[in-house]
Design a protein around this ligand. Sequence first.
Ligand code: SAH
Ligand code: SF4
Ligand code: F3S
Length: 479
Amino acid sequence: MKRNTKNQTHVSEEEIVKQYRFMDLIKEINAEYEMKSGRKRLVFLQSFGCQMNENDSERLWGMLSEMGYCEGKNSEESDVIIFNTCCVRENAEEKVYGHLGALKKQKADNPEKIIAVCGCMMQQGHVVETIKKKYRHVGLVFGTHNLYKFPELLYNAINENSPVIDVDESPGSITEGLPIERKDTIKAWVTVMYGCNNFCSYCIVPYVRGRERSRSIEDIVNEVEELGRKNYKEITLLGQNVNSYGKDFADNTSFASLLRELNNIEGIERIRFLTSHPKDLTEDIILAMRDLDKLCEHLHLPIQAGSTRILESMNRKYTKEDYLNLVGKIREKIPNIALTTDIIVGYPGETEEDFEDTLDVLRKVRYDFAYTFLYSKRTGTPAAKNENQVSEEVKKARFERLLEVQNKISKEINDKLLGTTEEILVEGLSKNSVWNYTGRTRTNKIVNFKGSKELVGKLVKVKITGTQTWSLEGEVISW
Ligand code: SAH
Ligand code: SF4
Ligand code: F3S
């Protein structure tokens, strides 16, 4: 096994070769089916989670394409249905159970259909037990750590009558060499590290994604160079806490050194990353953002709560003052940076005074956007055992107040952009009926505008002619 640190392992090349053999076997089965029936086998794959979850789905699509599957429009017409699940909040899990329940009849009508569930939810023993007991129509269960084994497991599920259940409970490894089929042709996600070591008291992620492990700079550079050759213009580096990239290497590799390498790659025009933990955002990362031309002026810096008392209880390892000082430092170096954040409302023990601290941070930092969540109790996390749970009613009322403050700030920030010229990367057709095309500024703001097909994938200068709370409107002035 290849090792990049003393305790982390890569899935071996032999194992990957073995999985390619299973892909070939299924491809033959599917080709035979197509000869007989005149139709290709279809797959309906749905992601329920974050960008990492979506990036995993792109790996699944890579393998599915190798096996000769095509994308089905819905579960009814598809032969294989895959739910790539998330368990960060209760409603994410409920959605999956709801969708699974709805498939019972489809499976009864068509016993050949394979229903598979994978992803973070499956890394929890109690979920697998529930699936075994109550969702007997599920034919395949696997987790986040053994995604690479999908071809072998699917092969077994096709050939066996009983459900195939395989969840790896190790702290996780790194897989290279799997095929990938990306959703987009202009922007790409590149996972640079897996897992999390932070154990914030409310969060289930470290339990279902294992310990932090960084991909080698070489592997990441190869992937991004290939994206450049394929005409991708923007990459977003993914990790639960990208700032700790390289901490598990024996040398001095850091996230800033990775950014410097990636900035040199031809073809790629914009680099973004998610997510940064404030405790690990070092000066060299801030300087890299300031100095490297492809690094966009946007930072997602989750605060979670404004009260130092709550932050301590959350095990976030910074105080309100630390956070505000950090924002001051960032703005001093990169004055035009857009900041976004994550906030949890109603963490156990949150008083009115604590909540006021959160509002105070919003007013002081003036985020461009905040992702706000109602605290959700996650079995197995320390916060779930806390007896001071905040009532749903109080949580919801605080949530509304928070949105009101934030929306006003977002709109005010956007209003200031009226009449300015921004560079946008044109992404494609807009969902908005008035403005047919859409793109994003370097600060990650959506700009809708009247455009045409040949602008897609290009960097275009637009004049901002209108502002909304969550988007802007513009007019192309040059490209
Ligand atoms: N690793 C990232 C994001 C993890 S999950 C980070 O540390 O910022 C994305 C967001 O979900 C978190 O930032 C947090 O705001 C929210 N979240 C996590 N667990 C939650 C819970 N139990 N209830 C409500 N929101 C939660
Ligand atoms: Fe969860 Fe905290 Fe890790 Fe983010 S840093 S994934 S919130 S434990
Ligand atoms: Fe992402 Fe949800 Fe897993 S947020 S890491 S898919 S628990």
